[in-house]
Design a protein around this ligand. Sequence first.
Ligand code: KG4
Ligand code: ZN
Length: 334
Amino acid sequence: MRILGIESSCDETAASVVEGDRALSDVVASQIPIHRPYGGVVPELASRNHLVKIVPVVEEALTRAGVGLGELDGIAATAGPGLVGSLVVGLQFAKTIAAARGLPFVGVNHLTGHLLAARLEDGGVPRPEFPYMALLASGGHTGIYHVEDASRVTCLGETRDDAAGEAFDKVSKLLGLGYPGGPIIDRLAATEGPAEEFPSALRRRTSFEFSFSGIKTAVAQHVARLGRKPDEGEIAAIARGFQRAVVEILVRKVVLAARQKQVPRVVLSGGVAANIGLRRHAIEVCGENDLELFAPPTNRCTDNGAMIAYAGLLALSRGERSPLDLAPRAAWPL
Ligand code: KG4
Ligand code: ZN
């Protein structure tokens, strides 16, 4: 089966052709430079730029895959959760091709895409079997998911407030470091030196919920107490301490969940899974707990079309179809 997948839920216009478990192409047009001056995604600008990019991105995905529309077995697009004005662009485009070509169509949950990304072929790197315990940490979502197979996913706990990626972005903005904050803080945190101590909320053993707004406030208060702009050394110490606290709680909870549900493997997913410190700490803690650890390559952690095409391919091969009047959903919990 060969599927075209389209992703436009936030600030990346992406398209990919996937055949079986292999991406034949994976094209991403990032809008990061457009949103950077505002320190976050501006929904109006995102929507408008999806409109500009959708045709060239889909054309390039087909060209790179060497596949014409007539050689597709179906089309998938992200239907939610996300920014409605952004979602509608990719979703409507996909439905239009499906209608014009008489192709099967399915709307994909963005979170399902992230959760299955680690199962895509990647140059022979080992991939996780089902079941697995997944940490999904992105700019919009953070939670622990028990993935029994592609269609049986249970959320064990989510963040009560900010997503982990959102916390990275907000702390980065607070420190005057730029957008998106994750990769910048990750780079600073990898440098040698002292680390500030920040508390992480909800460390209780029994809960798989997260909370990141407290640590963001703690960083803001720390900076306010200084009474001036922190210098380079102080900024690095804050970045190290903040990243350490966030990474520690993310890994602690997914490992606890795997042990509690007796699932032998852990998967990292979502944009924050690109974090080098998170990957290192997860390797260490999973090793200590006899858990296998899997993380997709970093370009499959952040938003991409291949994960949507792949989730769509699995859904279509199970016989799932979405109606052509499917509407985008801002919220769509798993
Ligand atoms: O999955 P994603 O591309 O989009 C959403 O679905 O939200 O995630 C984007 C988020 C941003 O908040 C960004 O700061 C964060 O992922 N991120 C990182 C890293 N790379 C991206 N966070 C921490 N460390 C990174 N290396
Ligand atoms: Zn995402």
